[in-house]
Design a protein around this ligand. Structure first.
Ligand code: NAP
Length: 291
């Protein structure tokens, strides 16, 4: 199993780098990749579906021209979701975890990302029809061929991981976790990562704070403002520091494609929120006492 220290503590999510968001040109992508490397963000999170199956290729073309050496970066990608897109016709959105499909999808990711291997391949979401034997067959073959270095899942519950682990070790789980979306602290998902030394990554680590002006965000805003002065930090930094204080040693997968915000995210790794402040934030998110 690969050591978690191999990945950068802050992982750059690429979901909005392409047509699902910023629509960056090749040169803008190269600039952003170089900025990431300069500040110490070396791990990039992908999925086959981003941009309707187009963003891996946009990123890969930029990566090829960037001259960045493969040893200095880590690529994560995901497979399994079959959605309807211009690049791929599906009459119903569904999952596919057949062995041949997993292998084909991983090979497509390699081709698009212009690389020989993925550092980590994740099954994107659990499927009611997934068969651990099929998964093990594909992952064993991909590992043996050197096409993937490690294997994990995303959005899996501990029992779904246990199902896969009847045949195959699961090295990582990427889940939604933030101050506003914190169920995984209570439903055993993060306990499972801690107990089994599974790498825990949180996607959407800022939750709904910047997306909606609902009561939850308003309550958090009230208590976060005075903390900004105390910690000399911005709101996004405090939200990330809150996530990283969890004992399961979470790697936040940040979605920002703004250079200054990526730099702020790296700086947030230095903030140690005091326990009482951590609970003040949780209480604000929940809207009631939490102890
Ligand atoms: N495994 C899965 O099922 C799954 C699902 C969803 C996402 N993901 C991964 O997780 C990554 C992150 O997801 P996310 O985009 O939801 O994460 P996020 O980091 O919680 O949100 C980032 C978004 O917030 C915006 N934002 C607004 N104000 C901000 C501020 N002050 N600081 C920072 N960001 C601010 C950013 O805009 P700007 O870009 O304009 O800065 C960006 O659009 C994705 O890229 C993807 O790699 C995985």
């Amino acid at each position: 199993m690969q050591k978690n220290t191999f990945y950068s503590k802050v992982i750059a999510g690429t979901m909005t780098w392409g047509s699902w968001g910023k629509g960056f040109s090749k040169s803008s992508m190269i600039q952003l990749m170089n900025h990431c490397l300069e500040i110490g963000v070396t791990t990039f999170d992908h999925a086959d579906i981003y941009g309707g199956y187009t963003t891996e290729e946009d990123f890969g073309n930029a990566y090829l021209d960037s001259g960045i050496s493969r040893e200095t970066v880590q690529f994560i990608s995901k497979c399994g979701i079959q959605m309807d897109a211009d690049a791929r016709k599906n009459h119903v959105k569904h999952y596919n975890y057949n062995a041949d499909y997993i292998i084909w999808s991983a090979e497509q990711s390699l081709k698009k990302l212009k690389t020989d291997y993925l550092d980590l391949l994740l099954l994107h979401r659990p499927s009611p029809l997934m068969n651990p034997d099929d998964i093990a067959e594909a992952i064993t073959k991909l590992k043996k061929q050197g096409k993937i270095r490690s294997f994990g899942v995303s959005n899996f519950s501990p029992s779904q991981i246990a199902l896969v682990e009847t045949v195959m070790p699961v090295e990582a789980n990427q889940i939604e976790f933030s101050l506003t979306h914190n169920d995984v602290m209570y439903d055993a998902t993060l306990d499972d990562c801690f107990v089994n030394k599974r790498m825990a990554m949180s996607y959407s680590p800022l939750g709904s704070y910047f997306r909606t002006d609902d009561e939850i965000s308003q309550r958090i805003r009230k208590v976060v403002k005075p903390m900004q002065e105390k910690y000399e930090a911005t709101e996004d930094q405090l939200l990330l520091a809150w996530v990283m204080k969890h004992p399961s040693k979470i790697f936040p997968v940040v979605g920002t494609a703004t250079k200054s915000r990526l730099s702020a995210a790296i700086e947030a790794t230095k903030i140690n929120i005091q326990k009482t402040d951590w609970f003040i934030l949780l209480e604000a998110a929940k809207g009631h006492e939490v102890a």
